[in-house]
Ligand binder design. Structure first.
Ligand code: FE2
Ligand code: FE2
Length: 272
């Protein structure tokens, strides 16, 4: 199946990158020659997210930029949106980003707000996205606090249900679905220096409930030969797994202070 090249970046952490590193990153993105750039979260922090999105749109022109937010995008170092791990600015930040993108940024899409996703090319590639969150299921349950349980329901599982509904509503079913999210949906995709992450940290690095839902969806659409690619970041360590023949999960490695970009590799499952 013919499809256009797609650039993908994650965990830019622009608040921790020098102006030179930012410019280098933007030039690399444009140099890929791709018309589409997908960003899978941890773009910046809440206080400067709107400004950094503005900068990305201008610096990466003429690329179209499709993004989801990561956990760091909801953190407010100055307390402007609420401070610390129990901040209540989650919904406010999403609304703020939705407003900014709708009013000023013609080439940007906040995927979390797009129920129908974005059709990327004439080959029928549909891009969907939800921010997502870690759900603690793969970690040590004894170390899950009440707050962590609440977060699982209000953030991770709510986003999983939203994505499940969007997938169910797809009509007609596309041949290729790309799903952008921040936290890897399988524990086996959470690596550190090439080794499997374990213990409490694994609960913070993975969104197992999302993985279960995606596995069920992949099984449902397998007869239709739908190929699903999930793009994630968050762990800053590269991984590639294929839980089903028609479901692959790619996690891009990243280095704080030196953001990178890559072209999305072709999926052998979709090559006729
Ligand atoms: Fe990150
Ligand atoms: Fe993250």
């Amino acid at each position: 199946m013919q499809s256009s090249p797609i650039a993908w970046a994650t965990d830019l952490h622009l608040d921790k990158a020098t102006p030179e590193a930012r410019q280098t990153w933007a030039a690399k993105c444009v140099d890929t020659g791709a018309a589409e750039l997908i960003i899978t979260g941890d773009i910046s922090n809440a206080d400067r997210l709107a400004d950094d999105l503005d900068w990305i749109e201008q610096a990466c022109a003429p690329m179209r930029v499709r993004f989801v937010l990561g956990n760091h995008d909801f953190v407010s170092p100055t307390g402007l949106w609420g401070r610390g791990p129990d901040y209540d600015g989650h919904g406010s930040i999403r609304s703020h980003v939705e407003g900014c993108v709708a009013s000023a940024r013609a080439r940007m899409t906040y995927l979390h707000s797009e129920d129908r996703g974005v059709l990327l090319d004439s080959g029928g590639t549909l891009l969907l996205g939800v921010d997502g969150w870690f759900d603690g299921r793969a970690g040590d349950p004894d170390q899950m606090t009440k707050t962590a349980h609440e977060r699982r329901e209000l953030r991770a599982d709510l986003d999983t249900r939203l994505l499940a509904w969007r997938l169910k509503e797809l009509s007609p079913t596309p041949r290729r679905v790309i799903i952008a999210t921040h936290v890897p949906p399988f524990a086996t995709a959470c690596l550190h220096m090439g080794d499997q992450t374990s213990g409490f940290k694994l609960g913070l690095y993975s969104n197992v409930g999302l993985g279960r839902m995606l596995t069920e969806y992949a099984d449902e659409v397998r007869k239709l030969k739908v190929g699903i690619t999930v793009l994630a970041g968050h762990t800053h360590n590269a991984a590639a797994i294929r839980p089903r023949r028609n479901l692959r999960v790619l996690v891009q490695g990243s280095e704080v202070g030196a953001p990178g970009v890559m072209l999305l590799p072709a999926d052998p499952y979709l090559i006729d």
